[in-house]
Design a protein around this ligand. Sequence first.
Ligand code: FAD
Length: 454
Amino acid sequence: MIERRPLLAALLATAISPTMARCAAPPRGTVAIIGAGMAGLAAAVDLRAAGFGVIILEARDRIGGRIHTSHAWPDLPIDLGASWIHGTKGNPVTALAKAAGAATVTTSYDSAALHVDPALAALGVDDAAEDEMEALFTRAMRRAGRHGTDMSVQDAIEAFAATLSPARRAQLDFYLSSQYEQEYGGGTTHLSARTIDDNDVFPGEDALFPGGYEQITRHLAKGLDIRLGKVVTRVRREPGQVRISLQDGTELTAEHLLVTAPLGVLKSGSIAFDPPLPPAKQQAIDRLGMGLLNKHWLRFDRIFWPKEFDWHEYLSAEKGRWSEWVSLAKVDDAPVLLVFSAAERASRVEAMSDAEIVRDAMQVVRTMFGPDAPDPVAAQITRWSADPFARGSYSFNAVGSSNADREALAENDTGRLHFAGEALNALYPGTVHGALLSGRRAARTIIKDKTPHD
Ligand SMILES: Cc1cc2nc3c(=O)[nH]c(=O)nc-3n(C[C@H](O)[C@H](O)[C@H](O)COP(=O)(O)OP(=O)(O)OC[C@H]3O[C@@H](n4cnc5c(N)ncnc54)[C@H](O)[C@@H]3O)c2cc1C
């Protein structure tokens, strides 16, 4: 499936062995990369073009990392990780999609229907509340920004929420959950009020890949030396090289190592660094938050809901309970609904069985679309926090952290050891394009590096 580069045939022939000989050394030395996700693949392409030998060590039996297209439904590829190019104008993923010949379709948040829990409807919930909530949120975050120390979004907002009616309170919870918890994967009690929204977006539409996001990672992976099932457990900086130990007891060395393991993996300590990472890097790992967003894909025997909307939103009495739904009826003519869970609620949902999750979500489907809605014929459900090679979905600015932490992680202060990944991109964290640009930045650093280090 993954073509291998002829120049590295000799390296491959030796495979990874306790005393891996480096024959036919590439002109600029070898760079080992931990992780065949977007950051690792993007860096590998640039490093190879600059004359480095590149070996990617990937723990899983597949490439893509948090880009994962499932083929469990052979006629309908489903993305269990990233789905969208967020903002297609000027986005480097748009250019890649074109190069890969991957078709896209656009969805719009403006194409949304709001459904209200009947108990809340009786309290007088209305559509005008969104602007009111946004204004309240902006005031609260501004005031929190002037406070001496950082605080959580929830603490910042409580001062302004005390006098809200029960209906407005439910609408505030809906706003916080759908706009912030689903976006960042962190709960409002953990999200930093001072640095919330301290990132950038590309303009343009949001586009999905009906054929799966993996078309992009497969395109990048062409001709790269990617070794699957290689779990890195230890990284040791030595004079002139980095020594990498794998779970299977083997080792290899390389002139440079680029680590693109997710923040959640770095937090877990499952990769040991010797000598330990500088304090600024370790503190950044500890301070930043790893968020959780899970996807629950429900497939039905027919489309029984209004086809004209991309999104259906459910204003629940319980914060964030099955509140954001995407319909594939309009863009793909498919009888499929996708519903998300985020933050603390997602952790609770992860502990439920698939059958319990579907049963619970179907209560909301029947509230939105009527009691005769049939059960799904199949479901696909993610549990990203239980995934040992992700340990969460993407990074967020937790209370006390800031983009300076992302920069500290990206800083080239560990000689031949480098880092990349979505969490290191201060402008576009938590996205595919953020990971891609971070990988390219790390490649540039390695390409320019002329320091002796040892
Ligand atoms: C549910 C979900 C929905 C998302 N939706 C979107 C979206 O619509 N649009 C968007 O732009 N972004 C989205 N994202 C975010 C996006 O997927 C990520 O930001 C991006 O893919 C991260 O790329 P990366 O290279 O930094 O990390 P990863 O893709 O996680 O790559 C890191 C790689 O390192 C490997 N690894 C980990 N530990 C080890 C080890 N010890 N040894 C060897 N290998 C190891 C992993 O297996 C993985 O392949 C979503 C993410 C999730 C989870």
